[in-house]
Design a protein around this ligand. Structure first.
Ligand code: NAP
Length: 438
């Protein structure tokens, strides 16, 4: 039986998960591939660290060249993370004519042009299934399952930490900061949670999704990003009264030659499938012009789920290597000549329905003044609630409006006119509403 050698960079959560899978499911993988996958060498920052996986017979070191210069290793697996050493390793491996598997969404999103440019130049394969929604095979659906469809929309819950926090806030009526502290204790949130809760991680994943969906490399900085730290239990409760759950969504579309790409908290109708995706779970809707809406659900993180996606990419590329084929499936779903440079639509140009929570003085005529301004910008109101009256005349009351579909630019103009009015007692909460897949 033939052997396919891989060189592994990084032996953390995902690296250890990958090794465990390759060891536990060795016979199965051999049966499916018709060859043995062998980890020929591992490079990691601290080779002496104790590990929870059997490393017998695998040489460990710190020197990238031990893998990159080894002609017997056709596939390099990068599981270090970050955009420093990982970038050099991935580019070095591609330059050396190797194929690459990575789970590194930050690298793929922030250095898309450079990395994919090299992949296409070298005719290499780049496996990145683990970079988006962990163990859920979403990218393979985009590349192969939906190869004949125009992708009308990619949208989903792609950050388990945000989803865990929003779920707990909804279930317990708890404040964001309290649930975050609990999530950190349980290991569902990092010590520095900014990256997750402010939407950077979701934006990285969305960049990968839209780049594949539309055969492009969008500038990462152009993706619109809002996190969940401004969501209050009050908003979750008012949304519930109006028939919605609040989820942190990543949304990508192609409108008139411009990519719409945004991550932000979103009101999702309570009877929509995404509304019942709870806890650390992820779910991604892919909508094609022929297939219509599809949804994939599962674990977006963790050593074994993410390791499963990495191992599947290794097997996929190993099949090509065994057949003597390079770059069989284009990394960005289209061949090099069909790649496009698509601009990202500014957030002001998107249209959506909106949840607006105004904090106002409890007096007659306030609602009429708000709706008059909104009407002057062509925004019409779908529904309204004013759940309580003020105990004291100086206390704000909350007025919640749900708009019909409107341009973000018009919403912003209205709010900049309403904001300075004398009855407004605090900042207005703005949350977009989406009906994904419809
Ligand atoms: N964790 C998840 O559930 C998950 C899910 C999806 C995607 N990902 C992605 O998978 C990648 C790895 O994540 P992880 O959670 O496994 O990270 P991790 O647990 O922090 O492990 C990182 C590994 O990289 C090694 N390393 C760091 N710098 C290095 C360098 N300069 N040279 C060689 N080795 C180096 C570390 O070595 P030592 O152990 O020797 O110190 C460690 O083994 C990241 O891109 C991440 O975004 C992770």
């Amino acid at each position: 039986m033939r052997t396919i050698n891989i060189g592994l960079f990084g032996l953390g959560v995902v690296g250890t998960g990958l090794l465990t899978i390759l060891q536990n499911n060795r016979d199965l993988i051999r049966a499916r591939l018709g060859a043995e996958v062998r980890v020929k060498r591992i490079v990691t920052a601290h080779p002496e660290k104790p590990r929870s996986v059997n490393l017998a017979g695998i040489p460990l070191g710190t020197e990238p060249a031990a893998i990159l210069a080894d002609p017997e290793i056709p596939i390099v697996v990068e599981l270090i993370g970050g955009t420093g050493a990982a970038r050099e390793i991935v580019l070095g491996a591609l330059e050396a004519g190797k194929h690459v598997v990575t789970a590194n969404k930050a690298l793929l999103a922030e250095h898309a042009q450079e990395i994919f440019g090299k992949v296409y130049e070298k005719g290499a394969s780049l496996g990145m299934e683990a970079a988006v929604a962990g163990g859920i095979p979403v990218l393979r659906s985009l590349k192969e399952g939906l190869a004949a469809d125009n992708i009308l929309e990619v949208a989903g819950i792609v950050n388990g930490t945000c989803n865990y926090i929003l779920t707990k806030m909804a279930q317990e009526g708890a404040q964001f900061a309290d649930v975050l502290a609990e999530a950190q204790q349980l290991g569902y949130a990092e010590a520095d949670p900014t990256f997750d809760v402010e939407g950077h991680d979701a934006a990285h994943k969305l960049a990968v999704l839209v780049n594949l969906a539309y055969g492009t490399t969008v500038p990462f900085g152009a993706i619109y990003r809002e996190g969940i730290s401004g969501i209050t239990p009050m908003d979750i409760e008012f949304a519930r009264l109006l028939g919605y759950n609040i989820k942190h969504l990543a949304i990508g579309k192609l409108e008139d030659g411009r990519v719409e790409a945004r991550v932000h908290p979103t009101l999702v109708p309570r009877d929509h499938l995404l509304a019942s995706v709870n806890g650390v779970f992820n779910a991604v809707f892919l909508t094609g012009d022929n297939v219509d809406a599809t949804m994939s659900y599962g674990r977006g993180a963790g050593g074994l789920p993410t390791g499963s996606a990495v191992a599947s990419d290794v097997i996929d590329i190993a099949r090509n290597v065994l057949s003597g084929i390079r770059g069989r499936v284009p990394a960005l779903t289209v061949v090099a000549e069909a790649l496009r440079d698509l601009p990202v639509m500014p957030i002001e140009d998107i249209s959506s329905e909106y949840y607006l929570r105004f904090q106002v003085r409890d007096r007659a005529g306030v609602l009429a003044r708000i709706t008059t301004v909104m009407g002057s910008h062509g925004i019409s109101i779908q529904s309204m609630i004013q759940p309580s009256q003020a105990d004291h005349p100086d206390d704000p009351v909350q007025v919640i409006l749900i708009t019909h579909r409107a341009r973000e630019r018009d919403i912003r103009r209205s709010l900049s006119e309403i904001g300075p009015m004398d009855f407004i007692l605090g900042p207005t909460q703005v949350i977009r509403i989406e009906r994904v897949g419809t």
